[in-house]
Design a protein around this ligand. Structure first.
Ligand SMILES: Cc1cc2nc3c(=O)[nH]c(=O)nc-3n(C[C@H](O)[C@H](O)[C@H](O)COP(=O)(O)O)c2cc1C
Length: 304
């Protein structure tokens, strides 16, 4: 089950996805958080954000749409109130950062770096579809992605992961920009732009009309994006999107992911990532797979 990203060893390839597991401590009474391969925290921004007005989540068939809008405490409070509790976790912690301008991202990272927390890395959200200023401007532009990655790289020796959006024409180009900027890994995907309408009121179900679709409904989109990225870059990929079973994890690994994240399904079962670790281990022994690396990118097909 052990996997390495850069020089960091994770006890399992299964991580929590940002925004779906708080900062780890909220679920302590329901799950043994330390059994996850690692925790990726909710996006933190330079300044506190209220997020979008409600309603900002709606259930859909096989998933949900959200327009939370990066509600968070802001990095100052995060450093004082969240980092101490993250330091108590036994599992690996990766801090997710979002921003609207280069300066925001850089200042946020500098403040986090100055804290000497136990966290092993950063996931940079350049793909939030729910706010104009959610970094998506970076995530749809190769030059901006590369430039942001270069600047972030200068400021940390910790693991640097750029989180990609599926809401682009060619995700592989953005992944290559992150790679040439010095990212250690990319994660894919963030949510897919979606909309739902209440037919009685004829009003959108979300206050912002559009939101980000997540959950099992997006898994095939995520698998396709992970595989496109796998064919384009040499750095590891963390696959995200609709994972609900151990077979889903295997599918992501075969498509080219080295690790995975679980998001929406945590709302149904905050122990899912821990259970899947056990099921994955069983799958490995039943199928004579010695280690995770033996599956990565091993999808077999005849390309035309
Ligand atoms: C309610 C909610 C809040 C989210 N907040 C964030 C966030 O703050 N930062 C981020 O990078 N991704 C955020 N995401 C996206 C998830 O991390 C993940 O990329 C996406 O939901 C796809 O995975 P899933 O289908 O397993 O949920 C959020 C997703 C949901 C459902």
């Amino acid at each position: 089950m052990r996997v390495k990203l850069k020089d960091i060893e994770f006890s399992s390839p299964i991580l929590t996805a940002s925004g779906t597991y708080g900062y780890g401590h909220e679920v302590r009474d329901m799950a043994d958080v330390n059994q996850w391969g690692g925790i990726i925290t909710k996006s933190v921004t330079r300044h506190p954000r209220e997020g979008n007005p409600p309603p900002r989540i709606a259930e859909t068939r096989s998933g949900m749409i959200n327009s939370i809008g990066l509600a968070n405490l802001g990095v100052e409070k995060y450093c004082n109130e969240i980092i101490p509790s993250l330091n108590e976790l036994q599992t690996k912690v990766i801090i997710n950062i979002a921003g609207s301008a280069m300066k925001d991202y850089l200042e946020t990272m500098e403040m986090l770096e100055s804290k000497n927390g136990k966290h092993v890395g950063y996931e940079i959200n350049i793909s939030c579809p729910n706010v104009k200023e959610g970094g998506i401007e970076f995530g749809v532009n190769c030059e901006m992605t590369e430039q942001l990655t270069i600047e972030m790289r200068k400021r940390t020796d910790k693991l640097l992961i750029m989180k990609l959006s599926p809401n682009v024409t060619r995700i592989e180009d953005i992944a290559q920009a992150a790679e040439s900027g010095g990212a250690d890994a990319v994660s894919a995907i963030n949510t897919v732009v979606g909309m739902a309408i209440d037919v009685k009121t004829r009003r959108p179900k979300l206050n912002t009309a559009f939101g980000g679709l997540s959950g099992p409904a997006i898994k095939p989109i995520a698998i396709a994006n992970v595989h496109k990225v796998f064919k384009a870059v040499n750095i590891p990929i963390i696959g995200i999107g609709g994972i609900a079973t151990a077979k889903d994890v295997v599918e992501f690994l075969l498509a080219g992911a080295t690790m995975v994240q679980i998001g929406t399904m945590n709302y149904q079962n905050p122990n899912l990532g821990i259970q899947l670790k056990g099921e994955l281990s069983e799958y490995y022994s039943q199928n004579e797979i010695e280690k995770t690396e033996d599956l990565i990118g091993k999808v077999e097909y005849h390309s035309n």
